[in-house]
Design a protein around this ligand. Sequence first.
Ligand code: MD6
Ligand code: FE
Length: 201
Amino acid sequence: MKHLSQYFDRESQVILMQAVLEVVSLAPLFTPTMPRTGKPFSVRMTNCGSLGWVSDKTAGYRYQAAHPETGEAWPAIPQILLELWSKMSGYPGPPEACLINVYGPDAKMGLHRDEDENDFSAPVISVSLGDTARFRIGGPKRKDPTRSLDLVSGDVLLLDGESRLAYHGIDRIKPGTSDLPRGILDEAARINLTLRRVTLP
Ligand code: MD6
Ligand code: FE
């Protein structure tokens, strides 16, 4: 795992937030639900890229080319994120999916692995914006010991190699820890962007 503390400066964070707002205006946030139980996530989501990650009660976790509510194609991945991927990924092809997770002050994300992709040789790269989050990461088994770190606005996290399939999650948000303007997303305490390659090149 690579944790690049404050990789994006304030100016770049503002550019990223504006890009997120533009994506959200074209591809509205939706609330995914858990496979089988239909329990709603506490995080709201949208995507950009040729594929987007979605989940619902009947069809479960998957990638698809269309927004689950509007049926429209996802907007393009912003240039600044394509540049991050080409600098950091070491992967011979562009990312296909950028999942946008929007956390309110009480939202969390349970321990999970990013394992819905067909190509695990590509890293998963994330960018955090807004309030600080307590991130937990363990090993390849759910019961492996974990350690925690804070993800601060502007941080980049890269999971590759052994960490690519490690269990991880967000225990809690620390509300009010960032003054980054959220624009129309005024209820958004924190936003996390994850860039992923889904299919083999
Ligand atoms: C989050 N992040 O930071 C949740 N997954 O809100 C993730 O689930 C994640 O940050 C894979 C790689 C990097 C991540
Ligand atoms: Fe993840």
